[in-house]
Design a protein around this ligand. Structure first.
Ligand code: BES
Ligand code: MN
Ligand code: ZN
Length: 482
């Protein structure tokens, strides 16, 4: 929880420290003396980006002080660097097992939104499957300030709590192990959560998908005992308008590669291959709270990519929802197959703008690592707006080229196109495969989140697992739509 100027009982406080130690006017004389003595001895504690931990006995309990250096700050507000500073403060607090944290934000010399964003980003842990666990998650973050109007401040807290409700929800879905997070489980979770007057849920099961000739989703799901599903959730915040943004998310609940089986190492963390779908649903979850007057259609093709006697084969030719025939040259290139049907479906439902999110290619991880999400699209102005929105909410994106020349790599000898484009430029050809299913008058952005959706090892702030990347950016873009 995040509160503002609450009168709770913090067991820890965050204070910004620079050479003048202005923050000391906010604490008792004793506390001030302690902090001054510490910073005299360790002047580096005042340098921007450093977080030092002090403990003092208060009555019969220990109070913890986090000194966040602000000296030599660039004075540039709301930057990725400030976001990192905020995440670092939260990492320190979680390490110390803090219950309630008081943050004297006026002493921190930071953009308030960026601060809240960074604090909430880190205040999460997935421990549903630990039988004996002590959660490190802070129960309350109390922000203390005298420089902001309480109404504005409360709005900020509400907005960010809503956004992070969506993000934590998406992270939970992704972090759940794949024996439990099946297509059916995803659908059931969505149906339970997505209720309300302006929410409409539609589920197409395997039989419905076969009847509609959704060859992509059906084929990918064929090998599994857990049948595929196509989940759509419509959020109608502006019933007067026909404008709909479709958010299409790849929902492979486990990607073993299928008959083109992945290596042992390659299979690790492939439960995260439904992160795109989780993002799409997380956006809906947040919109239900934020109540933006916009229309969003989340489309989530869900399937498990598993080898068996029932699996689709390499060399199969499958017919997609829009009639295109595709030669399957690698069953591990399954994401583009389910997405192709899903974007066709979104357009058949009237979407004129589409953003798809997918953990689509290892090639994108090779190109951009885990730092930036890869982006391609067919509308430069739309991409520019998305890029700017992403930067405003501290999400890093990078546009990849999408020249027509790359499309030749998808040529097939027997069908309209092949599902793989060879070893070169894999992130681009994967995106261009999806583009084949985008109609001329549809504005489209493809986001490859293969590197950014899941931290497979602890990062420098001790963060591990699903990130929920993409939710903030899309919500910020929608906010601009109002
Ligand atoms: N889900 C994977 C991509 C992936 C790789 C996501 C690593 C996250 C981390 C995707 O379905 C896949 O297997 N892609 C293949 C495509 C290839 C066969 C053309 C890949 O990247 O190797
Ligand atoms: Mn795959
Ligand atoms: Zn995959």
């Amino acid at each position: 929880m995040i509160t503002c100027n609450g009168s709770g009982n913090p067991d820890a406080v965050v204070l910004g420290t620079d050479r003048r130690l202005r923050a000391l006017s906010l604490v008792t004389e004793e506390e001030g003396a302690l902090i001054r003595a510490y910073t005299d001895k360790h002047p580096s504690a005042m340098k921007v980006g450093n977080v030092s931990v002090l403990r003092a006995l208060q009555g019969d309990t220990i109070k913890t002080y986090f000194l966040a250096g602000t000296e030599d700050d660039s004075k540039e507000r709301g930057t990725f660097r400030e976001f990192d500073r905020a995440k670092k403060i939260m990492a320190a607090a979680m390490k110390e097992d803090v219950g309630e944290l008081a943050v004297y934000i006026d002493t921190l010399d930071m953009d308030v939104e960026t601060l809240i964003d960074g604090l909430l980003y880190g205040n999460y842990e997935y421990n549903q499957y630990k039988t004996k666990s002590k959660s490190k998650v802070l129960k309350n973050i109390n922000l203390i300030t005298s420089s902001l109007k309480s109404k504005d401040f409360n709005t900020l807290c509400y907005v960010y709590s809503s956004i992070y409700e969506g993000i934590y929800f998406a992270r939970d879905l992704v972090n759940m192990p794949p024996n439990d997070m099946t297509p059916r489980k995803f659908v059931d979770t969505a149906t339970a959560v997505c209720t309300g007057d302006n929410i409409f849920v539609e589920v197409l099961n395997k039989w419905n998908l076969e009847k509609r000739n959704m060859g992509g989703i059906v084929s990918v799901g064929k090998g599994s005992m857990n049948p595929p599903q196509l989940l759509s959730v419509a959020y109608t915040g502006d019933p007067e308008s026909r404008d709909v943004l479709a958010v299409v998310g790849k929902g492979i609940t486990y990607d073993s590669g299928g008959l083109s089986l992945k290596t042992r190492a390659g299979q690790l963390n492939m439960k995260s291959d439904m992160a795109g779908a989780a993002t799409a649903l997380g956006i809906i979850r947040a919109l239900m709270l934020l109540k933006y007057p916009v229309n969003v259609l989340a489309v989530m093709p869900l399937a498990e990519n598993i080898p068996s006697g029932m699996s689709y084969h390499v060399d199969d030719v499958i017919t997609m929802f829009d009639g295109t025939t595709v030669e399957v040259k690698n069953t591990d290139a399954e994401g583009r197959l389910v997405l192709a049907d899903a974007v066709s479906y979104a357009q058949s439902k009237g979407a004129k703008r589409i953003i798809d999110l997918a953990t689509l290619t290892g090639a994108c991880v090779t190109a951009l690592g885990s730092v930036r999400t890869g982006m391609i699209g067919n509308d430069q102005e739309f991409m520019n707006r998305f890029f700017a929105a992403a930067a405003q909410v501290n999400e890093k994106v990078w546009q990849l080229p999408a020249d027509e020349e790359y499309e030749r790599q998808l040529k097939s000898r027997v069908a309209d196109i092949s599902n793989v484009g060879g070893p070169e430029a894999g992130a681009i050809t994967a995106g261009l495969f999806i583009k084949h299913f985008i109609q001329e008058n549809t504005s489209w952005i493809h986001l490859d989140i293969a590197g950014t959706a899941f931290r497979d090892k602890k990062d420098e702030n001790g963060f591990y697992g699903a990130t929920g990347v993409g939710i903030k950016s899309v919500l910020r873009l929608l906010r601009g739509d109002k």
